[in-house]
Design a protein around this ligand. Structure first.
Ligand SMILES: Nc1ncnc2c1ncn2[C@@H]1O[C@H](COP(=O)(O)OP(=O)(O)OP(=O)(O)O)[C@@H](O)[C@H]1O
Length: 662
């Protein structure tokens, strides 16, 4: 440990101030105002409307619990929204845990306070975290809550989450009861121009009424906010629930079956219930609405999964019943793509992915929905065989269409692959992993006999072999016509697939490593040099990107008794004799070429990534620019020997490569 550990660093002023005083504890509703995104998913228009949902959902929970049958939504000027219900009214008695505060004040000003943590007051509620209305309060310039309970009317006002005065009794009433919440979202949070959209709230109010047949929802807005689509007043009540909604949505369009599949079913053991309405219009892009406890879950979830399973299984078994063997090919997407459907479940203690409740995650919902819907759908299909067959044949057309598209894609893919393979040089032995796959390598090998050993020694999945015959063209002393006409170079660039010169693009390189593997002798070195010249001049970006390597085949095999070692060169040999063999008599075998090694020796010493070593070819920083590289290559490999001579005189002893294990 450093002595400076508790001394600090004088240069770093920011870190000096980091002590206990920088640790804040946010009190009350302050965290909501600091990080609204955590509670309502952002501060955009969607988040703004989420505030309305939170308040409306509470009234819906009262209705679904059987305590309210009327809800009113009123959008006034200045972005002020009032939502009222005729439910039990938020409790106003003093809260036992917070002396001097009513339950109402606690609910409005404390996160995680509510009556829905157990099923004592609500069986299947949309609310569960006890957060919603306090978040609305925190993010509003003001909130006013009026409660009519036990013939008395109470009121309390809050500003930006803080109670302004106490809960007051403002009057009495003969028969009124319920809760009314008025609030104005805070422009400091949502921006000065953020406004509720009447159309959006109107739609929200109407959809809630479809979701629960037992409630009437009254819509009202200031006359200046209404237009030809949004009436100033409307009453929504749908005794037919989701079916009413689907009928309206289909607006008489032709469907695969005249009746649509709809119904309602209680879950066993009072776990809740499910309601659904589905139709298959002949032409539709599809429309899907999923709800849990009247909360929209646009991302679907476990209830969706249950419905998908129920319908898929029912279709398959109906197929068996009517002797259609292809129905086991039906997937849920074949059934759902292009259908118009609504599914609404009511379950106890639902689990959602987040406070915005976009996706239902309650595991039990899948089985509950599947079991409940499956019987009904079996009956829908087989209770009227003609109808069942008509729907099945509509779905099977989609299956056929999908399989046809899949087969066409497959043929296209195969043709593309074989076209590419056809263009590959005949003497390339390619690896089986596809183009551009990580960790594939091309070995450019000197001569056919070495190529033969390399083929046997390689890992077929990742290692490809391209034998090069003799000495390839020195591109530094050839013009482009000659280069383009050269067969070995054409083969090489086809195998690599990344293009030459200006067209060279490392992204198209078919392998992750290009490894030059030549004999460990002068000729081998010459061939390697010619190949490197080619890469520097014609494929500079490949070298720059670090794809080019030299293999390091051994020159000697040293054996003493049962021990044997390979030496790369004379120096390495001397070192091994002194260290590993400790001066003992050693039998020395010299490999004249790669072809002399048997495949297992070649694999172990030169090709197997676990045991070999490679030299990565890199360019020093002064050769960043391709023109500088060309100049160097020209001096070293070009037509004027005197330049080469001068370079060798200046740089003898400096040339070296970077050795890496790869
Ligand atoms: N309109 C209402 N009528 C009766 N009680 C209400 C009403 N609105 C709110 N409440 C009470 O206030 C509590 C807190 O409501 P809040 O919206 O903060 O959270 P929640 O609905 O319990 O859960 P969530 O955070 O998931 O919405 C509710 O659990 C309920 O007991």
């Amino acid at each position: 440990m450093s002595d400076d550990l508790f001394g600090g660093n004088a240069a770093s002023t920011a870190s000096n101030n980091y002590d206990a005083s920088s640790i804040e504890v946010l009190e009350g509703l302050e965290p909501v105002r600091r990080r609204p995104g955590m509670y309502i998913g952002g501060t955009d228009e969607r988040a703004l409307h989420h505030l309305a949902s939170e308040v409306l959902d509470n009234s819906m929970d009262e209705a679904v619990a059987g305590h309210a049958n009327r809800i009113e939504v009123y959008l006034g000027l200045d972005n002020i929204l009032t939502i009222s219900d005729n439910g039990r009214g938020i409790p106003v008695d003093p809260h036992p845990k917070f002396p001097g505060k009513s339950a109402l004040e606690v609910i409005l000003t404390t996160l995680h306070s509510g009556g829905k943590f157990t099923d004592k007051a609500y069986a299947t509620s949309g609310g569960l975290h006890g957060v919603g209305v306090s978040v609305v309060n925190a993010l509003s310039t003001y909130t006013e809550v009026e409660v009519a309970r036990n013939k008395e009317v109470f009121k309390q006002r809050f500003e930006r989450g803080h109670a302004i005065g106490n809960l007051e009794k403002i009057g009495s009433t003969a028969n009124r009861r319920g809760t009314s919440i008025t609030f104005q979202p805070d422009p400091e949070i949502f921006g000065a121009d953020a406004k509720f959209k009447a159309a959006r709230l109107f739609k929200l109010a109407r959809s809630k009424a479809y979701l629960y047949a037992g409630v009437e929802i009254r819509w009202k807005c200031d006359p200046r906010l209404s237009d030809e689509n949004i009436p100033q007043e409307a009453v929504f009540q749908f005794p037919g629930g989701l079916s009413d909604h689907l009928k309206e949505q289909l607006a008489g369009r032709e469907c695969a079956t005249a009746e649509f599949f709809s119904g309602m079913q209680d879950f066993p053991d009072s776990e809740g219930r499910v309601e659904w309405a589905i139709s298959w219009p002949l032409w539709s892009d599809g429309s899907y609405s999923w709800y849990c406890n009247t909360i929209p879950t646009p991302a679907g979830g476990t209830h969706e999964q249950g419905l998908r399973l129920a319908l898929t299984k029912a279709f398959r078994s109906f197929g068996e019943l009517v002797g259609n063997k292809k129905t086991n090919q039906i997937t849920a997407d074949d059934i759902f793509n292009g259908c118009e459907m609504m599914l609404s479940v009511f379950i106890r203690d639902p689990q959602f992915q987040s406070q915005t409740k976009d996706r239902l995650t309650s595991a039990n919902a899948t089985k509950l929905v599947e079991n409940a819907v499956r019987d009904h759908f079996d009956h829908f299909l087989s209770g009227n065989i003609e109808r069942g067959k008509a729907l099945l044949s509509f779905i099977m057309d989609k299956v056929d269409e999908r399989l046809k598209r899949k087969a066409e894609r497959e043929i296209k893919r195969k043709t593309a692959t074989s076209a590419r393979k056809l263009r590959l040089p005949g003497k390339l032995t390619d690896c089986s992993n596809g183009d551009g796959v990580e960790d594939t390598e091309l070995f450019i090998v000197e001569g056919d006999s070495a190529g033969g050993s390399a083929k046997q020694a390689r890992d077929r999945k990742t290692q490809a072999i391209l034998p090069i015959r003799g000495k390839i063209l020195n591109v530094a002393s050839a013009n482009s016509t000659k280069i383009n006409a050269n067969q070995e170079i054409a083969d090489l660039s086809l195998a690599l697939g990344c293009g030459l010169r200006k067209d060279c693009n490392p992204d198209n390189l078919r392998y992750s490593r290009i490894i030059i593997m030549t004999d460990a002798d002068v000729d081998g070195a010459h061939i390697a040099t010619l190949l490197m010249t080619f890469f520097f001049q014609e494929m500079g970006p490949i070298v720059k990107a670090g794809h080019l390597y030299l293999a390091r085949p051994p020159l000697y095999r040293l054996t003493s008794g049962s021990k044997s070692e390979y030496a790369i060169d004379d120096e390495h040999r001397a070192e091994l004799e002194a260290t590993v063999f400790k001066g003992k008599k050693v039998e020395v075998g010299r490999f004249k070429g790669l072809g002399e090694m048997n495949p297992s020796q070649l694999k172990e010493t030169t090709m197997d990534p676990a045991t070999r070593s490679l030299i990565r070819i890199t360019l020093p920083p002064q050769y960043e620019d391709q023109a500088a590289v060309r100049d160097l290559v020209d001096r070293l490999m070009g037509k004027k020997p005197e330049e080469r001579f001068a370079f060798i005189q200046q740089n003898a002893g400096l040339l070296d490569g970077e050795t890496i294990d790869a």
